[in-house]
Design a binder for this molecule. Structure first.
Ligand code: SF4
Length: 290
């Protein structure tokens, strides 16, 4: 394991040791991995029971049609449960241990695309949980999977996109930075002043997006191999699913001034990410900036 992998391992170990540490950068009480994983297993249990009851009720009728057909239906139910349960088991073990047990390697599990809407539905309807907190928990799981795979150098970092939300720009700033962060005058009244010089460095692009639609367009045009995204729980959770299979590490914003207004980014997390994944770019950052 090289120096890079050792640094990633250290961060990954820290992330798996503390349930909510994946979301460092948020001063609010951010949910960790546990709620998303627990409700995911609850959803799987409900699905397994549903399949079992359906089959139990339908079995006599199916046998009247054909014994072979009955076996085919039973096989279908069992196969679906094995695929979903197996995927969920690998996601759970990987996110909790930091060991990359996912298969296929370097890809987001298809289960991770299916689970979020199911978990949100169950969590909000059965337990009256806040959807944004469930999204935070999903981001924590997704970040843990990211680190587990990063340890094994499964991602190419040659084309890095740093995607930022418009709400971190100082609300009185007169300069239009959406699409063109170069317009920033680096007055340092907001985090963009420290990030603008990263844009255009070898394989690094930095964009400010005003919403999910623009963010998706940026991803299509930048064609990154890896993304560092900064966003609120809603945009982050939706974006992570949307850009599949591009690996995304998410830093959640904190919102000391309320939603979508002068939001706060713990910029040290960006430097930490660059130090690990793009040390060539990190070395070019001036001491005053850091
Ligand atoms: S740092 Fe840039 S974007 Fe932020 S307020 Fe100053 S000029 Fe505007």
């Amino acid at each position: 394991m090289d120096k890079n992998s050792n640094e990633i391992s250290a961060v990954s170990a820290a992330a798996t040791a503390t349930d909510s540490s994946d979301n460092v950068g948020n001063e609010e009480n951010v949910w960790g991995k546990a709620p998303f994983l627990i409700i995911s297993w609850l959803a799987f249990t409900i699905l397994a029971l549903f399949f079992g009851i359906m089959f139990y009720l339908a079995e006599p009728r199916l046998f009247q049609i054909s014994a072979t057909f009955t076996h085919i239906v039973a096989f279908f139910f069992a196969f679906a449960l094995i695929i979903l349960g197996g995927g969920l088991l690998l996601i759970t073990l990987t996110s909790l241990t930091g060991l990359d047990l996912l298969y296929p390697h370097g890809k987001t599990q298809i289960t991770m695309r299916i689970l979020p809407p199911v978990v949100y539905l169950l969590g909000t309807s059965l337990f009256k949980l806040d959807k944004d907190k469930l999204r935070e928990s999903f981001v924590a799981v997704s970040n843990a999977l990211f680190w587990a795979q990063a340890v094994k150098n499964r991602f190419s970092t040659k084309s890095l996109l740093i995607l930022l939300p418009h709400c971190i720009q100082w609300h009185k700033c007169p300069w239009k930075v959406t699409w063109s962060i170069e317009n920033c005058r680096k007055c340092n009244k907001c985090p963009l002043g420290k990030l603008v010089d990263l844009h255009g460095q070898a394989g690094v692009s930095v964009y400010v997006a005003t919403g999910g639609t623009i963010a998706r367009r940026v991803v299509v045009e930048a064609r990154p191999t890896i993304i560092l995204a900064v966003a609120c729980p809603r945009d982050m959770a939706e974006g992570m699913v949307d850009v599949y299979p591009i690996p995304v590490y998410g830093i959640l914003l904190s919102r000391p001034n309320g939603p979508c207004f002068d939001t706060h980014l713990e910029i040290e997390k960006v430097w930490e990410f660059l130090k690990i994944f793009r040390p060539d770019v990190y070395e070019n950052i001036s001491n005053e900036t850091i």
